[in-house]
Ligand binder design. Structure first.
Ligand code: FE
Length: 301
């Protein structure tokens, strides 16, 4: 008991100092080449054995190719239940269709935030026969109380993603959350995500706040930069196709040297709930997964 009461005080001090700290990079994970859908080649950084999840993030894929053989097969009809899928396009065009008759075109710079909830069956197929197809798919978990919610889409055209130009000519696209007084177009997501696409030129320094209780990571997809410098940590160099998991704190510091860098900064509230996962279904228990299969097979999606 003495230990507890003593620690309570020192914990408070420690928490305060953490609150004001820069976040360090705890671990750097290299994205792995894999294939999904009907044979789309992509790089996966979350959702594979070495990083199966980063609560509440369940998956991060980058698809980037100018060879149609890498993407033309697309993602034909498949179900989802229990989480959210987020597509962010940088180049190319995909057509989206679902079992409720919704349809939409995902073009360069656009975002689709789909809350699968209790269930959706959809397809994402390339709308091009050649040229560059480039983008990201992120999966964000839902808490138990929202896993069976009514499915919802937020289809965001490129023009609705506000951009902030930094003094050093860097550029921030604000997809979700807040940055430099701009508010992302994605609204009312239960895990309160921050989703930024950040470009920094060479010889630049950039600091950005991140809600202190959020899980956070960066994914570098062009160039390289030095991430996570703190009072006690020199920071880590992270280059293209690598993900950096950020430690606790409430800001991130990024510096560049001789190369520019472009990366995603993602943060969201962790759920701290059990995860039962099988393919396109992510629930809390194994029996809920079995129920998802039954519902899907019996046409209840
Ligand atoms: Fe999907």
């Amino acid at each position: 008991m003495t230990m507890l009461s003593t620690n309570r005080n020192s914990n408070r001090v420690e928490t305060t100092s953490i609150m004001k700290a820069n976040r360090a990079v705890l671990q750097v994970v290299m994205a792995q080449q894999t294939s999904d859908g009907a044979g789309v080649n992509l790089k996966r950084s979350i959702g594979k054995h070495s990083l199966s999840e980063l609560d509440p993030f369940l998956l991060l894929d980058e698809f980037r190719s100018d060879d149609p053989n890498d993407y033309i097969a697309g993602f034909p009809s498949h179900p989802h239940r229990g989480f959210e899928t987020v597509t962010y396009m940088l180049a190319g065009s995909m057509q989206h269709q679902d079992s409720n008759g919704n349809t939409g075109n995902l073009t360069a710079g656009s975002v689709q935030w789909m809350t699968a909830g209790r269930g959706i069956i959809h397809s994402e197929m390339p709308q091009q026969e050649d040229g560059l197809m480039w983008g990201f798919q992120l999966w964000v978990n839902l808490p138990a109380k929202d896993k069976m919610c009514v499915p919802r889409y937020q289809d965001i055209p490129p023009a609705d993603v506000q951009e902030y130009v930094l003094e050093n000519n860097g550029l921030i696209r604000v997809i979700a959350g807040q940055s430099n007084g701009l508010e992302g177009p994605v609204k009312d997501v239960v895990t309160r995500p921050l989703y930024l696409d950040v470009r920094l030129p060479e010889q630049a320094q950039w600091t950005h706040p991140i809600p202190s209780h959020h899980t956070a990571f960066v994914y570098v997809f062009e160039g390289e930069g030095y991430f996570g410098k703190t009072e006690t940590d020199p920071g880590r160099k992270i280059s293209s196709s690598h993900l950096g998991i950020l430690g606790r704190g409430d800001t991130l510091m990024v510096e560049t040297g001789d190369h520019p860098v472009r990366f995603l900064l993602l943060a969201a509230q962790p759920l701290n709930e059990p995860i039962a996962r099988y393919g396109p279904f992510v629930m809390n228990t194994r029996s809920e997964i079995e129920q998802a299969f039954q519902d899907y097979q019996n046409g209840r999606f």
